[in-house]
Structures are given as structure tokens and as C-alpha cells.
Ligand binder design. Sequence first.
Ligand code: ATP
Ligand code: MG
Length: 427
Amino acid sequence: MTKYTVPRGTRDILPEEVALWQFVEQKAREIFDLYNFREIRTPIFEHTELFLRGIGENTDIISKEMYSFQDRKGRSLTLRPEGTASVARAYLEAGRGQREPLSKLWYQGPMFRYERPQAGRYRQFHQMGCEVLGATSAYQDTEVIVLAQHFFESIGLKDLEVHINSVGCPTCRPVIKERLKSFLGDNLDSLCADCRKRFEANPLRILDCKNPQCNEFFVMLPDISDVLCAECKEHYHDVQNYLNIMRLKYKIKPRLVRGLDYYTKTVFEIISAHLGAQNAVCGGGRYDNLIKELGGTPSPAVGFAFGLERAVLIMQNQKVSVREHRPYLLLAPLGENAGNRAAILANKLRRRNIPLEIDISSRSLSAKLKTADRLGVRYAYILGEDELVDKCGQLKDMQGGSQKKISFEKILEEIENRYQKYRRENK
Ligand code: ATP
Ligand code: MG
């Protein structure tokens, strides 16, 4: 028999793990609300040109990681490798810049990059992220950093570090690049093949190399922030100032760069001590030229995205557990007539918003009580053939073990009251 497996670099998320995902997604939505971000949903594929222009031709994503294909009319389309370019496109297309001076948007969904799969690195992975478009103030940079940290704390993540840097702007970037090149020039042989290629095409990207041998060498490199222009220096100073007054702990990482070309000025990452090699749980920064690059009126912006796989992995490694949603009640009819009665009751109870399961099988009572245990329900309502005569069932407390006879007429109200009390107590 043919065995089907998931494609390399993708994975199924089974119900036990989905509970963690839902928790993370729910918390993120709450935090986005707190900071007044509104959700935006964009297509999963876009014109390839959008990413070429937005992300930059000399980045890893563009040069080797895109899932691009031609549609039936020969157009080149690409499964989105990240969310920012799409959000910026949608913002421009809808003319939102003219309608609101500041657009605070968040998104979530699968992203696709043809990378080498390993722990915490997939070919289909999921991000949630936010973008502030029209973000002129350095305060906006720090608001997204604070939001990210706030969110990770809300899902119970510990031992995180916020790393920040400034990668300059078109004024100072050429100086930064030249400086790097003059330091690296004599030592090109010590770098990996990829870095040697980046030397000409995009020397700043060398600093983002994951090769340990290259990394050892980087320690000797100059700090890029030394050569920032006056405007970038001031901005960087303001960012640190806001972070300081908001009491957010951070580390200045003078060699931190990011994998996408659109970043200007502030870049940041949050890393976790519980992730191993792929230690960044989120990354972001300012991108003042992306909107202009995509043909819009220049509009400064800042944002970040986090990887759900990595957030969930940290929770698992830290043994953070969440309560999975479970049915409250199991209806356990014995025999066909009882089954009919149970179907009617199930229907009525569910209309009253009581989460329940019904074991309609012909198995024995003790087998059905085992189902109740496995499901973790609070009560089982047993409908025996005998009890049908006086229109009653037995409500069994699955925690205490006690049992009480309750009529079909009363059971709806009874369960509803108990469930509401349980909800109040377990908020
Ligand atoms: P990394 O340095 O780990 O490759 P990146 O710089 O490519 O990350 P971004 O493009 O900024 O990351 O994406 C933000 C976040 O999305 C990352 O911090 C990470 O949590 C997650 N992420 C990125 N690529 C992957 C992937 N291939 N698999 C799983 N998660 C990913
Ligand atoms: Mg990457």
C-alpha cells in the first residue's frame, strides 16, 4: 500500500497541540486589542514581483527560498514568505494612508520558505505579526517591542532577551557597507561560500549568517551603529530612551541585522534560552522605504512577526500547560430507545450551549463510563431502558462518584445551572 506522508518541512498539528496554538492565538488577539491593532487578511499568494521589490533581490528569501509558480495564464505567483509586503500592498491598494494618519494592523497565517528543515524551522510555518504604517515617532518602534514582550509574558514564556540595533538608512547604509567591506576584505577566505557571495551583493547580510565559523569571526567586526548618520543616531537614542522609561530590559547588539532588505533604523529580535539553535522567537523593525519602494507616497513604518511553531515549542520546553476545551457532559444511553431519548436531549442541551458528547454505541455501561473518564467530563447522564419507563436518568458525578436520579424534564435546567456555576468558578 502507498504510504502518504506530509511534504518535507511541513507538519500536522494534532488536536493535543492545537490547544496550545489556540491559547497563543487567543492571547495574541487580546494583546493586539489592548494596543489598538486591527486585523487584516491578505491572500496567501501574491504576484512574485511584490516580494522581489519589497524584500530585495539579494536576500536569501528571494534568491533561494520562494515557492513560485506560474498559473494557467502564465503569471508568476508566489506563496507568501512573510507578511509585511502583503500588508503594505493592501494598505496602498485600499488607499488607507489617505484615510488615517496611522494604520495599526495585525495578521496571522501560514508562510512558505524553501529552507533546510530542522527543529523550529519549517517550509510551511505560521506567523502572527503587526505593522504600524505612518509611524513617524520612535515611540512606535518601542510600542511594538513592548507589545511583543508583553505578549510573550502573557503566554508564560520566560528567559527571553530583547536585542536591538540600528541598521541605518540610505544615507548612512553605504558608509556602513564600505566599512564592513574594508574589514572583511582581507579575510574573505575565512568566510563561507554564501558570505563570499554576499560580500559584493549585500555585505550587511553577512552578519546574519548562521554558520558558526563565520560567527566566530564576526566578533572582531566594527559596530555598525558607530557610523550612523545624525538622524539615525537621534532616532536610535529616542528608541532607547522610550524603552528605558517604560522599563523594558534590552540588550544592544551592534551586529544584529535582519534577513529582509526593507529594514531601516531600528531592528530587533526576541530570543529565548529554550529554543536551541533557532533561538529567535520574533523579529522586526522599522522599514521607512518599503511603501515608497512599492510605489506609494513615502510613509515610515515599523512592525514585527513571531513564529507560532517556536512560541509553542518554548511553551512545551518550559512545560507551560493550558486547559484544553473538553465536553462537560457525556450522555450514556443503554439500548435503542434510550439512544433516541439521548439524541433528543443532546440536541436540546447543545442548543443551550452545553458542550457534550453522546456515546450512542451498543457498548456496556462500564465501557461508556470509561469513555466519560477519557473525555474528562464532569458528569455522565445514564439513560437505562428501565429508567425510560419513569422518564428518568442517573446523573453521575465523575469526580465524586455519587449518582442522582433526575427526570428528563428537569435535566436540562439542572445541567445548565451546574454548567453556568462551573463556568463562573473556572473563568
Ligand atoms: P531566523 O533568523 O530564525 O531564520 P528570520 O530572520 O528569517 O528568522 P523573520 O523573517 O523575521 O525571521 O520571521 C520572524 C519569525 O518567524 C522568526 O523569529 C521565527 O520565529 C519565525 N520563522 C522564520 N522562519 C521560520 C521557519 N522557516 N520556520 C519556523 N519559523 C520561522
Ligand atoms: Mg530565516
